[in-house]
Write a protein that binds this ligand. Structure first.
Ligand code: GTP
Ligand code: MG
Length: 344
């Protein structure tokens, strides 16, 4: 029956925030925890995207996540740069995202690119939570590696807890100044109308169990219908970057958010001079660090299903545009697909 055809894809999570507030460190910490849990093979490190499967999330989150409560396959995180000059990359990440994490240094508070990120999320109506990062830098902090938030806050002195709360309430005030009603995540009932703030440390891993739990819960609760896709259908995606790849010429790094792309598919890609019709020559996935020396930088794969990041090699990609759509033609009329790409 039809019911069994629909598959739930991985929600795409954009990680946004001001420069140096800890976006990459947060993803590194999540990857590192997975390695510690003996799950390094389960983590796929793609083009600016990190896929974390549900069983790994549940291992990191410990008692906070019961995997049988969820039927989404995990989360696909997209890192974005915080430097002011990369605003197009941030918009692209924000537009692509189903949900987002806004990372804010808890001592530094709202900064110019925090505001910019909030504007992008408001414009694209992307639900988000705030990771109040670097809680370990509150003076006098007593670190409890990888502990859930409540547990580590209970282990702080009254003075440290008061200082942390002061910073957190300042953050909540900044959000409210930008017309977002926000509160500590454990007080939020309705995540559609209130922003949950999760205190974390990318350095010690404190609060990461909570962060993953909240993201998983938010996706499951509010995104499930949107995640139901026909993964076997022709792929749809977005170009993140146009790059030169040794041995393959001009390639595009893309996020696939619907369907499947195969290594010999005909595709249409948005270009400077209009849509480019070409044929996939290779789908390339970066190898784990330890394999690069012996096997080369990339592994060729036969097919990639949503949601995932992948480097696509194909002729005639020189004019491809970052931010442009990619469509697999499949058994459709190529002119219809060209029109679809033009319309986007
Ligand atoms: P851009 O990509 O340049 O926008 O920065 P980013 O947001 O990715 O920040 P990044 O993860 O590179 O971290 C910036 C600096 O902050 C690094 O030196 C990190 O080690 C440090 N840092 C990040 N998170 C934490 C944290 O939770 N605690 C402490 N003490 N340091 C942190
Ligand atoms: Mg970074």
């Amino acid at each position: 029956d039809d019911e069994s055809e629909a598959t739930l894809r991985t929600p795409i999570v954009a990680v946004l925030g001001h420069v140096d507030h800890g976006k990459t460190s947060l993803l590194d910490e999540i990857r590192g925890s997975a390695v510690t849990e003996g799950e390094s093979g389960a983590i796929t490190q793609h083009i600016g995207a990190t896929a974390v499967p549900l069983d790994v999330i549940s291992e990191i989150a410990g008692e906070l996540v019961d995997p049988t409560d969820f039927d989404l396959p995990g989360l696909l995180f997209i890192d974005t740069p915080g430097h002011h000059s990369f605003s197009t990359l941030r918009s692209r990440g924000g537009a692509l995202a189903d949900i987002a994490i806004l990372v804010v240094d808890v001592n530094d508070g709202f900064q110019p690119q925090t505001l910019e990120a909030v504007d992008i999320l408001a414009r694209t109506q992307t639900p988000f939570i705030v990771a109040a990062n670097k809680i370990d830098t509150v003076p006098g902090w007593n670190p409890n590696d990888h502990a859930p938030t409540q547990q580590t806050i209970d282990a702080q002195t009254d003075r440290v807890e008061r200082d942390l709360n002061e910073n957190l309430y300042e953050l909540i005030g900044d959000l409210s100044d930008n017309d977002f009603s926000a509160d500590m995540y454990w007080r939020v009932q309705d995540f559609q109308n209130n922003i949950g703030v999760v205190p974390v440390s990318a350095e010690t891993g404190e609060g990461i169990p909570d962060l993953l739990t909240v993201m998983m819960g938010l996706s499951q609760r509010y995104m499930k219908e949107e995640m139901a896709v026909d993964v076997n259908g022709p792929a749809a995606g977005t170009v993140l970057e146009v790059t030169d790849t040794q041995g393959f010429g001009t390639t595009v790094d893309a996020i696939i958010y619907d369907g499947t792309i195969r290594a010999d598919d005909e595709i249409v890609v948005g270009g400077v001079e209009g849509p480019i019709v070409t044929e996939v020559r290779a789908l390339l996935r970066p190898r784990p660090l330890e394999e690069i020396r012996t096997e080369g930088q990339f592994e060729q794969v036969d097919a990639v299903a949503a949601a995932d990041g992948i480097k696509i090699a194909a002729p005639d990609l020189d004019d491809a545009m970052a931010g442009a759509p990619i469509r697999v033609v499949g058994d459709r009329d190529v002119d219809d697909v060209i029109e679809e790409v033009q319309a986007e």
